[in-house]
Design a protein around this ligand. Structure first.
Ligand SMILES: *Cc1c(COP(=O)(O)O)cnc(C)c1O
Length: 394
């Protein structure tokens, strides 16, 4: 089957700026400062500034930004960290690597974001921090978060891996808590030509500890004040990311208008039980993913819709099909099916539609028409035959 509408298309993003990206790479080749080079510090400062905070520390991945970032905030063994079960598994892995105890909580059904009422019930005397995951490109409300953190006297550590330049309540993602983790995985809203990540913070101590942790715990060359690791954002990747940074706002605006077009096209399907997840942050949503919910009231299953789309050449995804607490790797955390009903239900209902800057109107219409087609044809086929059919035949 040829792919008519891919899930993401990075070539579309890079082709128009290919020359300047090559130039950025070339200049690093000429400098030769591949590790902790000038282009890295330049990009760290630039990214922190556009996100409305002070310091950026580039690391090898978003996962490392979480794991090392928590350590840099002095969060670890003996501490509990609250996070949503509905997130990419890297959030949980980051907490486990820091040595802290992860405490999972359920999510809100309309937005799929962490449920702060559920989080309140998970507070104990050992709770040190909450990780709001700004999932799919929508921030967890900073106003609610700051009130929450103030009430319970805990830290906010943001997972902003899907929310580059997202805004809500007048805050940028990454500027709300003590620190924030970003990922530059290629398909993220700002993506490198490989893996990459960054910790943002306005706290100098956190930034300095993070710089040591990513560099074998060295406070100066061959002088190690703690045991760290090797996790640096390559100078080459930083140069690429810095070159792409000025386009991020436009790319995010594209994503938003694509989402608005999906919203409009999908509106008639609400009566068939198909809804987009709720956008509660207006134009501040940066739509890393565009996610719909196939409700119980829909006459067909999510899987039937996905299979039909695949059959007609439209790629989709599920983010995420198994909530963290039900992943086989984490049975030792002691959670059971039924512990987080909203997240469990959502995991069976959600479907991520194609979303990337450059996705055009006719493709959007094609995707929605294919969903509508699936609903009408499959639901007709599913309809039971009238029970008195036999007597009619006789
Ligand atoms: C991508 C992602 C991460 C991990 O980032 P990597 O760079 O892939 O390690 C963490 N949290 C969330 C929510 C993500 O989407």
């Amino acid at each position: 089957m040829t792919i008519k509408v891919p899930f993401v298309d990075l070539k579309l993003q890079h082709e128009p700026i290919q020359m300047e990206l090559q130039h950025a790479i070339q200049s690093v080749l000429e400098q030769g400062d591949f590790i902790l080079g000038q282009a890295l510090s330049d990009f760290e400062a630039a990214f922190a500034a556009v996100c409305g905070t002070e310091y950026g520390v580039g690391v090898a991945s978003g996962t490392d930004a979480i794991a090392l970032g928590l350590q840099a905030c002095n969060i670890g063994a003996g501490d509990e960290v609250i996070l949503p079960t509905n997130t990419f598994v890297a959030t949980l892995i980051g907490v486990l690597r820091s040595g802290a105890k992860p405490v999972l909580v359920d999510c809100d059904r309309q937005t799929a974001l962490i449920d702060l009422e559920a989080a309140a019930k998970a507070i104990t005397p050992h709770t040190k921090a909450i990780i709001p995951v700004h999932l799919y490109g929508q921030m967890v409300s900073p106003r609610d978060l700051l009130k929450f953190a103030d009430t319970y006297k805990i830290l906010i550590f943001e997972d902003a891996a899907q929310a580059h330049l997202a805004q809500r309540d007048g805050y940028y993602a990454g500027s709300v808590g003590i620190a924030a983790a970003f990922s530059f995985y290629p398909s993220k809203n700002l993506g490198a030509f490989g893996d990459g990540g960054m910790l943002l913070t306005r706290d100098l101590d956190v930034a300095q500890k993070m710089m040591r942790l990513r560099n074998y715990g060295a406070s100066q060359k061959y002088f190690h004040t703690e045991s760290g690791t090797n996790s640096r954002l390559d100078t080459l990747q930083a140069a690429v990311l810095h070159q792409k940074l000025p386009y991020l706002t436009k790319w995010n605006r594209d994503r938003l208008s694509i989402a608005q077009e999906y919203d409009n096209e999908l509106a008639p399907l609400a009566s068939a039980g198909i809804f987009p997840l709720e956008n509660q942050s207006g134009t501040g949503h940066v739509y890393h993913l565009y996610v719909i919910r196939v409700d119980d009231s829909c006459p067909i299953e999510r899987q039937q819709i996905q299979e039909h789309l695949t059959a007609v050449g439209i790629q989709t995804g599920i983010h995420y099909p198994i909530p963290c607490h039900l992943q086989p790797a984490f049975t030792n955390l002691g959670y059971q099916p039924g512990d987080f009903p909203q997240a469990e239900k959502l995991s069976k209902q959600i479907l991520s539609l194609p979303m990337y800057p450059g996705l055009n109107s006719s493709q959007i219409k094609e995707v929605v028409a294919a969903i509508a087609h699936a609903v009408s044809t499959i639901s007709q086929a599913n309809e039971p035959l009238p029970t008195d059919l036999g007597s009619v035949v006789v």
